[in-house]
Ligand binder design. Structure first.
Ligand code: FEO
Length: 398
């Protein structure tokens, strides 16, 4: 049965949530599922703004059929050709053979690459328009937010921005599809950050370029492809994006990440966090990188100003999960953090050297002294060293 909602004059939400999904992109934990938004504009012409993932396509087709109410589907704007929004294209073309697909040159090319279909296409470039009747869409390129073919679309008659992946979040929605219908800052901000950091975080420069373009538009509503729609307090999400896109930390505190085989490196992390607390540092957060899924760690690294990496030496390398985490941070272009380093090893310690090398390939990482080397477990010497490191860390978050 259909489940749709009018969100703006002539604009209907026809999306769906998938609460069974365990891993978005088969990579990122989604314990609360995932939502997929798309929108139907009913004007002189009908226009679908993006498609949906296969997993929820039956719901989507029920929604679309109801919202169209017997009308033909004239256009589909493909803002983003990732299959979580596009796997329904082959069936859409079967159901609506006169459908014209609107997208960037790259998007149209990708339709052929994914589905071996030569679609009846309208290729659009920066500031090209599509008039549907009262509503005219103006397209803006947004390459790498999150793929190279991405465009966003602005309907000036209503001030509605269709923002593609930008401003999304992980998590299924529960009827309250507008951000002002939930306690967004309390319940959703963390998942929006985790989504941004992991999905788009590598492309801060490109995200910033998109934000600059938006400044010239009178945006009154933001309709993203995932999670909540924004019709009030748009600055809440826009300001966060300005922060994340420039790798500016939100929290003036310390996140301590440890990779520990038998608990002794974890012990050092706990001792350090207690010393930080005694120095007056609030909101310190300790993570076991073997326990917490890496997308949450990446998100925390985007959030905190100062980071500590404490790793056991393992196969003469950084402990595996810590290595994965640090590599992920490098791949996501994280920059501009204060960093404390702790290594542990019972013989041939090498984690510090390896971590220092890896962090040295990232921009503006301020490696603090002293770096702590633990031989098997914390002793009185390293305990004193942890005290000195805590003082250096505390200075960075004053
Ligand atoms: Fe929601 Fe980049 O796909």
């Amino acid at each position: 049965m259909y489940n749709i909602r009018e969100v703006q004059k002539d604009i209907w939400w026809v999306g769906a949530s998938d609460r069974r999904l365990q891993l978005f992109e088969n990579a990122y934990a989604t314990p609360d599922g995932m939502s997929y938004n798309n929108y139907l504009i009913l004007d002189d012409k009908t226009c679908l703004m993006d498609g949906i993932d296969d997993a929820v396509s039956r719901q989507f087709f029920d929604n679309l059929t109801k919202a169209l109410d017997g009308r033909e589907l004239d256009y589909m704007v493909v803002q983003h050709m990732e299959p979580d929004h596009c796997s329904c294209i082959p069936e859409l073309l079967l159901r609506y053979p006169k459908l014209k697909i609107v997208g960037s040159q790259k998007a149209i090319q990708m339709i052929d690459q994914f589905y071996h279909i030569k679609a009846d296409a309208v290729v659009v470039k920066e500031k090209d328009t599509l008039t549907l009747g009262e509503h005219t869409l103006t397209f803006f390129t947004a390459a790498m937010v999150h793929w190279p073919e991405v465009i966003v679309s602005f309907d000036a008659s209503t001030g509605t921005l269709f923002s593609a992946d930008a401003f999304g979040a992980f998590g299924a929605m529960s009827g309250n599809i507008f951000a002002d219908e939930v306690d967004w800052e309390h319940d959703w901000k963390d998942e929006a950050r985790r989504y941004y950091a992991n999905i788009v975080g590598k492309y801060g420069v490109q995200t910033n370029a998109l934000l600059k373009k938006l400044e010239s538009l009178d945006v009154k509503m933001i309709l993203p492809l995932h999670a909540h729609l924004w019709r009030k307090n748009l600055d809440t999400i826009i300001d966060l994006y300005k922060c994340w896109a420039t790798y500016t930390p939100e929290k003036k505190s310390v996140a301590v990440f440890y990779g520990s085989v038998y608990g002794h490196t974890g012990n050092a992390a706990d001792i350090l966090s207690m010393k930080l607390a005694e120095l007056g540092v609030r909101d310190v957060k300790v993570f076991d990188v073997s326990k917490t899924e890496v997308s949450y760690l990446v998100s925390a690294a985007f959030e905190y100003r100062t980071l500590v990496f404490a790793s056991a030496t393992y196969n003469a390398e950084i402990f595996d999960n810590m290595h994965t985490f640090l590599t992920d941070l490098k791949n996501h272009n994280l920059s501009g953090r204060n960093v404390g380093i702790i290594e542990n090893g019972s013989w041939a310690l090498s984690a510090k050297k390896k971590m220092t090398e890896l962090l040295g390939t990232m921009k503006n990482m301020n490696l603090l002294e002293p770096m702590i080397s633990i031989t098997s477990s914390v002793d009185e010497n390293t305990l004193a060293g942890l005290g000195d490191l805590a003082k250096a860390l505390a200075e960075t978050v004053k």
